[in-house]
Design a protein around this ligand. Structure first.
Ligand code: HDE
Length: 693
C-alpha cells in the first residue's frame, strides 16, 4: 500500500515523466548544483526530485530491492544501504553536561557607555547591533529529559561580532559548586545519575550528590541557590544570567577593570512552585523550549539587558574583602551596582534543531580585543575544556566551519584539512612566514589593526597544588543569600533541602549535610531537621551579614506580562471577549478551554492542565472533574483566578474559598495585568493548609 506522502509526490511528478532532465530543465551554469552544494548554508537539498546522496533520481523510496516480492533483499540496493547507513549515524554524542537545551537568534544593541571600560566594539560603540545565538540548558539531564527539573540553567550567548566571535558562557546562578576546574569531573560524576542504573535522571535528589556536597563545603553557597526558587524558573524569559567569573576589561587607552557580567530579564525573575514543576515535567516536558519557540513565533520576544559590575583592578584582585577570583562568591549589587550596557532581543527561531542548537559550540576562550580572562582557577580549566569537548562531540577540528559556529568576521587561519573539511582551500603556502602567497595570504595584525594582544601581565609563582586562604570561607555568603530572601522564599529553600535529603538512602549523608547547614543558619537547620525527623546538630552559624535586597525575587514590583498565559474556562461571551482583547494588547496569550474542541478553542477539558497557565479566568459553570483539579492546582500554586458570571459556582464546586486573596470578581483588564505582573498572589500562600507535621 502506498503512503500518503508517496501519493503526494506522485501527484506532483507523475511516474510517466522522464527521470532525466530535459535540456530546458537543466539549470544555468551560475546556479549549477555543483556551486550550490558548495554554498554551505544551502546544503544539498535542491532540485524538485527525490534523489540519493549522489544526486541520482529515485522512483521509489518505500520498497527495498528484492528477489521477488517475498524477498530476500538484494545487497546491490544502493538506495536501501545508503538510506539505512545514514540513519544509523544520525545522532551525535550529547553534551557531557548541559545536554538538554534550546536556543534562538537575536540582536544585541550596545548603549555605548561601556566605552569607559572596554575597547570591545560590540559593547563600546553606541547603537552597534550584533547578531547573537543563545542556548539555554539544564545541566544534569540527558537530551530527552524534562525542562522543569530543579537544576542550574545554562545561559550561553555567542556574539558574532565584527571583531570575531565572543562567547559569554554563563548560568542563571552567579556562583559555582567548586573553585577549581580539576574538581569538575568529581562534582558532575556525583550529581549525574548513578552509574549502575542511570537513575535518577535530571535531578540532584540522590545520595551521590549530597554525599559530595556534604563532604565538600565549597559547594554550600551554590546549593543554597540551587535549592532556592532560582533552581525552578518559570521560563527562560524570567531568569537572570551571570558570567560567574570575574573578567578583565581593557579600554582604548589600555586601562583595565575587573568586571562581572549580568543578564537582567525585562520580564523580571520568576519561578514555578515545586509541585508545579513536577506536574509540568509530566504534562509538558518541553515547557521551556515550547515557550521560547512559541513566544518568538507570536512576536512576543524575550528581552534582557546586559549589565556589568565594575571593580578596580587592584593588585590583590579583591573588592570589599571579596576575592574576585573565587567563583563561589558574589559581589552584592548594593556594593557594586549592575550598570546596563546593552540590550538583547531574541527574535528568530532556528530552522533546524540539530544543525543550529545541537551543533553550536561555545568556548569561554572565544574572546575579542577589550575582554580578557582572569586567573580564576575554574575559568582557567574551562579554557581547555570547551574546545576539547567538541572534538568528540562534533567529530573533528573543523566544527568552526558549521554555519552556526562560523564567525561573521573574515577568517584566514591557515588551518587546513582534518575530518569534515568543507572548504576547498587554494594556494600552497598555508604557513607563516612565507614568500609565496604574495598579497593573497594573511599577515599578522598588530593592535592598530585590531589584533588581540594579551595584556602583558607579569606571571610568577611557585608550582603548588593549593588554594589561596581567601577561598576558605564557605559559609558566609550562603547565609548572606539565605537571609536576603523573603520568608516565603526561605520556606521554599527549607522545603527543597528537606525533599532532596529525604530522597537519599543513607542516613549518614543527611546527618552530615545537616551539620553543614548548621554552620550557615540555625533556623534553617531546625526546619530541615524537623522535616527529616532528625535532631538539630550543634554548629557555628554565620553571625551577622548585611542582606542584599537584590537577591530576593518576591517584591512589590509589577513586571511586564509579555508572553504570560491566561486560560479561560468557558465559551467567551461579549464581556470576556473584550477582556481577552485588552489582555492581548499587553502581550498576554489567552487560551480558551472548552468542554470539547471547536473554533477558537485551544484546550479541551480533557487536555488542559493548570501548569500551562499563569492565571485562570472562569466564565462558565462546570463540575467537570478535570476542571476541578485544574482550579485547585491553580489556587494552590498562588495563581490569580478571575471570576465571571456562573464561574463562581464552579469555584465553589471545586471547594475553593472564593474570599481568598487573588480571587478577582469581574476584574477589569488592568487588575488582571497587575496580578500577572506580580507573578503570583503571594498573600494567599501563607494561608494554604500547612503540611501536617
Ligand atoms: Fe561548562 N561545560 N564547564 N560551565 N558549560 C560545557 O562544553 C566545564 C562551568 C556552561 O549551550 C561543556 O560544549 C568545565 C561554569 C554552559 O552548548 C564542557 C567546568 C559555567 C554550557 C564544559 C565548567 C558553565 C557548558 C559541555 C569547570 C557557568 C552549555 C559541552 C571548570 C559560568 C553550553 C560543551 C552550550 C558546557 C566544561 C564550569 C556554563 C564539557 C570543565 C562555571 C552554559 O566543555
Amino acid at each position: 500500500m502506498q503512503t500518503a506522502r508517496h501519493r503526494t509526490s506522485q501527484r506532483r511528478k507523475p511516474d510517466m515523466e522522464p527521470t532525466v532532465p530535459s535540456p530546458a530543465e537543466k539549470q544555468p551554469a551560475e546556479t549549477s548544483p555543483v556551486k550550490e552544494s558548495l554554498a554551505p548554508d544551502r546544503g544539498l537539498q535542491t532540485g524538485d526530485y527525490l534523489t540519493t546522496g549522489q544526486g541520482v533520481r529515485l522512483p521509489d523510496t518505500d520498497h527495498s530491492l528484492k528477489a521477488g516480492p517475498r524477498g530476500p533483499a538484494l545487497i546491490e540496493d544502493f538506495h536501501l544501504r545508503e538510506k539505512i547507513t545514514h540513519f544509523d549515524h544520525e545522532r551525535i554524542p550529547e553534551r557531557v553536561v548541559h545536554a538538554r537545551g534550546s536556543g534562538a537568534y537575536g540582536t544585541f544593541t550596545a548603549y555605548g557607555n561601556a566605552a569607559s571600560v572596554t575597547k570591545a566594539g560590540f559593547l563600546a560603540e553606541k547603537g552597534r547591533e550584533t547578531d547573537v545565538f543563545v542556548r539555554f540548558s539544564t545541566v544534569l539531564g540527558s537530551r530527552g529529559s524534562a525542562d522543569t527539573v530543579r537544576d542550574v540553567r545554562g545561559f550561553a550567548v555567542k556574539f558574532y561580532t565584527a571583531e570575531g566571535n565572543f562567547d559569554l558562557v554563563g548560568n542563571n546562578m552567579p556562583v559555582f559548586f567548586i573553585q577549581d576546574a580539576i574538581k569538575f569531573p568529581d562534582i558532575i560524576h556525583a550529581a549525574k545519575w548513578h552509574p549502575d542504573r542511570e537513575i535518577p535522571q535530571a535531578q540532584t535528589a540522590h545520595d551521590t550528590f549530597w554525599d559530595f556536597v556534604s563532604l565538600h563545603t565549597e559547594a554550600t553557597h551554590h546549593v543554597f541557590w540551587a535549592m532556592s526558587d532560582r533552581g525552578i524558573p518559570r521560563s527562560f524569559r524570567t531568569m537572570e544570567g551571570f558570567g560567574v567569573h570575574t573578567f578583565r576589561l581593557v579600554d582604548a587607552a589600555g586601562k583595565t577593570s575587573l568586571v562581572k557580567f549580568h543578564w537582567k530579564p525585562a520580564a523580571g525573575v520568576h519561578s514555578q512552585v515545586w509541585e508545579e514543576t513536577q506536574l509540568t515535567a509530566g504534562v509538558d516536558p518541553d515547557f521551556h523550549r515550547r515557550d521560547l519557540a512559541d513566544s518568538i513565533d507570536a512576536g512576543l520576544f524575550y528581552e534582557y539587558e546586559l549589565g556589568i559590575q565594575v571593580m578596580p583592578d587592584d593588585a590583590d584582585e579583591s573588592f570589599e574583602g571579596i576575592d574576585l577570583l573565587d567563583p563561589t562568591k558574589i559581589v552584592p549589587e548594593e556594593l557594586a551596582p549592575v550598570q546596563p550596557i546593552g540590550k538583547l532581543v531574541l527574535n528568530r527561531n532556528p530552522d533546524n534543531f540539530h544543525a543550529e542548537t545541537e551543533q553550536i559550540a561555545f568556548h569561554i576562550g572565544n574572546l575579542v580585543p577589550g575582554i580578557e580572562v582572569t586567573n580564576d582557577p575554574l575559568l582557567q580549566g574551562r579554557l581547555f575544556s570547551y574546545l576539547d569537548t567538541q572534538l568528540s562531540r562534533l567529530g573533528g577540528p573543523n566544527f568552526n566551519q558549521l554555519p552556526i559556529n562560523r564567525p561573521h568576521a573574515p577568517v584566514n587561519d591557515n588551518q587546513r584539512d582534518g575530518m569534515h573539511q568543507s572548504v576547498v582551500h587554494r594556494g600552497i603556502a598555508h604557513y607563516l612566514p612565507n614568500s609565496l602567497a604574495g598579497s593573497e595570504g594573511p599577515v599578522p595584525a598588530g593592535p592598530e589593526n585590531g589584533g588581540y594582544v594579551h595584556l602583558p601581565e607579569p606571571v610568577r609563582g611557585d608550582k603548588v597544588r593549593a588554594n589561596p586562604v581567601s577561598f576558605a570561607d564557605h559559609h558566609t555568603q550562603a547565609a548572606l543569600f539565605y537571609r536576603s530572601l523573603s520568608p516565603l522564599e526561605q520556606d521554599h529553600v527549607a522545603e527543597a533541602f528537606t525533599f532532596e535529603l529525604s530522597k537519599c538512602y543513607e542516613q549518614a549523608i543527611r546527618v552530615r549535610m545537616l551539620g553543614v547547614l548548621a554552620n550557615v543558619d540555625a533556623e534553617l537547620t531546625a526546619k530541615v531537621a524537623a522535616g527529616l525527623g532528625l535532631p538539630v546538630p550543634e554548629g557555628k552559624p554565620v553571625a551577622d551579614v548585611t542582606p542584599s535586597p537584590a537577591l530576593t525575587q518576591i517584591t512589590e514590583r509589577a513586571w511586564p506580562v509579555t508572553g504570560r498565559v491566561v486560560g479561560v474556562i468557558g465559551t467567551p461571551d461579549k464581556q470576556t471577549a473584550a477582556l481577552q482583547k485588552a489582555l492581548k494588547a499587553h502581550g498576554v496569550v489567552v487560551r480558551v478551554i472548552a468542554p470539547v474542541g471547536g473554533e477558537g478553542v485551544e484546550r479541551t477539558f480533557q487536555t488542559a492542565r493548570s501548569v500551562e497557565f499563569d492565571a485562570i479566568m472562569v466564565a462558565a459553570a462546570t463540575t467537570d472533574m478535570q476542571m476541578t483539579v485544574l482550579l485547585q492546582e491553580a489556587f494552590r500554586h498562588g495563581k490569580a483566578i478571575a471570576v465571571h458570571g456562573e464561574g463562581e459556582q464552579t469555584l465553589i464546586n471545586a471547594g475553593i474559598d472564593v474570599k481568598a486573596p487573588g480571587i478577582l470578581f469581574d476584574p477589569d483588564p488592568e487588575t488582571i495585568v497587575a496580578a500577572l505582573g506580580r507573578h503570583r498572589v503571594w498573600e494567599r500562600m501563607p494561608l494554604l493548609k500547612p503540611r501536617a507535621s
